[in-house]
Design a binder for this molecule. Structure first.
Ligand SMILES: Cc1ncc(COP(=O)(O)O)c(C=O)c1O
Length: 235
């Protein structure tokens, strides 16, 4: 399996240097799914959380999360163009060499997919408009919002925090609530149009999951969110 830099459940980052060593020892290819955590590279403050990523043979990134793109915005990063040689596979029904030689644009060989939207355009525009630092600033703010929310939960006598967030996912739950109560909280907030909370199962059971992705979230929004949850927490 690949290493994950930003798991979907808890937003944690696997120990990349140790996994890179393991892959080396076994002569295995080392792929990192950095769909969620990859954009920490934009941040001067948080980039070190991805130490070891450069040892990957391939990395996937999904900028619909911490890159603020509409779906689809997935990227496969490879260390050298030669890695993509299999994409040059020729098929008569797809490739017209004479047209390519005559100067017609040919996007085959540039993607794993044949039929695709120009996903790269919006990503390129965002990078041009905000730059690496601009995106890094959004990453920093969003991670700070998650830490603020985790602190609010931790300080609240009725709630427990699963762990300090690594990225922007905060797992929490009312102390003593069973799975049915957690489901009721999530569904009520969704149906009322107040909040979309996810859920995650860990070795310590089921948790509510707040995945914060809005860099403009203010501490007051987070206090409000916890109050809304409280309003649906059985006494
Ligand atoms: C860690 C991780 N990998 C992969 C994916 C899925 O990527 P895709 O939607 O491109 O299949 C997700 C969710 O979008 C994810 O959180």
């Amino acid at each position: 399996p690949p290493a994950t830099a930003g798991t979907t459940d808890a937003g944690t980052i696997d120990p990349l240097p140790a996994l890179a060593d393991l892959a080396d020892q076994h002569g295995a290819r080392f792929h990192v799914d950095a769909s969620y955590g990859g954009p920490l590279l934009f941040s001067d403050t948080h980039r070190t959380a991805l130490t070891g990523l450069t040892r990957a043979h391939t990395v996937t990134l999904d900028l619909h999360k911490l890159g603020w793109q509409p779906v689809a915005a997935g990227l496969l990063a490879v260390p050298a163009p030669a890695t993509l040689t299999p994409l040059a596979h020729q098929a008569d029904y797809l490739n017209a060499d004479d047209d390519t030689e005559a100067g017609l644009p040919d996007l085959l060989g540039r993607s794993l997919r044949t039929t695709r939207r120009p996903d790269i355009l919006k990503i390129a525009v965002t990078l041009k408009a905000l730059g690496r630092q601009g995106l890094g600033d959004l990453v920093d703010r969003t991670l700070a919002a998650a830490r603020t929310f985790a602190d609010l939960v931790d300080a609240h006598p009725r709630y427990e925090l699963h762990s300090q967030p690594t990225l922007t996912t905060v797992l929490f739950r009312p102390i003593g609530a069973d799975d049915t109560a957690l489901a009721a909280i999530r569904r009520s907030l969704l149906i009322e149009g107040h909040a979309v909370l996810g859920r995650a199962t860990t070795p310590t059971g089921l948790w509510l999951k707040a995945t914060l992705l809005n860099p403009h979230t203010q501490p007051g929004d987070l206090t409000h969110l916890l109050k809304l949850v409280e309003g649906h927490t059985p006494r």
